[in-house]
Design a binder for this molecule. Structure first.
Ligand SMILES: *Cc1c(COP(=O)(O)O)cnc(C)c1O
Length: 240
């Protein structure tokens, strides 16, 4: 068994175990394999092990990898999880299935305009700056419901939920400190859902994209539905 395959299975076991601890169904959480900086062959290895959803952070690298794996295109769901600039929206709207880190209406509007008509709607999440870090992108928690209502009404997009990258916490995964930012995300998720329902805006708002290699358990305990995992599957990334 390849090391990617072995590590991938170990990550699935961690997800299953965390679901059991949280008394959540084991299929409530899906694994997004973050393949940034790793070559197409690494994605292919994970694919052969059984992984189907992959996440990329950089537009150029992601589009090149999707092209290199064109034979698998109809079997892979490609998620763009990095920060997105206006001048790169067309490439993302054309090549990806999901976008996780939307933090302003203008980017969503551009994606809606540029999503090719022959493709299914682009699945999108709003990034929330849950730790209030100046260096991190994302809307403030207070801004999330209004942005959700605006984005959910755009054509060619389907608003699916929220995404966050909390500041790393040096505490056990089941400690209140480690769980707090993810618990806060669950509350914001509920507020967005209420706002959408009050305004009668139809959408499938079902996704909380949170938790990475180091903190996926904390995120799962607090309701994550997608964990984005890179290092624990593919190994350490080369420094950029
Ligand atoms: C790199 C990255 C991940 C994966 O991080 P790991 O610690 O390697 O699991 C998840 N989400 C985002 C947005 C990332 O940029």
């Amino acid at each position: 068994m390849s090391s990617i395959s072995a590590r991938w299975q170990a990550v699935l076991a961690r997800i299953t175990q965390a679901c059991l601890v949280a008394t959540r169904p084991v299929d409530a959480v899906s694994l997004l394999a973050v393949s940034k900086t790793f070559p197409p062959e690494a994605v292919r290895e994970a694919f052969l092990a059984g992984q189907r959803a992959f996440g990329e952070n950089y537009v150029q690298e992601g589009v090149a990898k999707i092209a290199a794996l064109a034979d698998l295109r109809e079997h892979i769901i490609w998620h763009f999880i990095g920060p997105l600039q206006s001048n790169k929206t067309r490439e993302v709207a054309t090549h990806f299935d999901w976008v996780h880190a939307i933090d302003r209406l203008k980017i969503a509007q551009r994606l809606a305009e540029q999503r090719p008509a022959h493709l299914p709607p682009l699945q999108v999440c709003i990034q929330v700056n849950i730790s209030g870090e100046a260096s991190k992108s994302g809307v403030s928690p207070a801004e999330a419901p209004a942005l959700a209502c605006a984005i959910a009404q755009l054509p060619q997009l389907q608003l699916r939920g929220l995404m966050a990258i909390p500041e790393p916490v040096d505490a056990p995964v089941d400690s209140p400190q480690a769980r707090a930012p993810f618990a806060a995300m669950s509350q914001i998720f509920a507020q967005c859902n209420s706002a959408l329902q009050e305004q009668g805006i139809p959408t499938t708002f079902d996704t909380l994209s949170m938790g990475m290699s180091a903190d996926m358990e904390s995120a799962i305990y607090e309701g994550a539905t997608i964990v984005r995992v890179g290092t624990a599957i593919f190994g350490n990334r080369p420094p950029l």
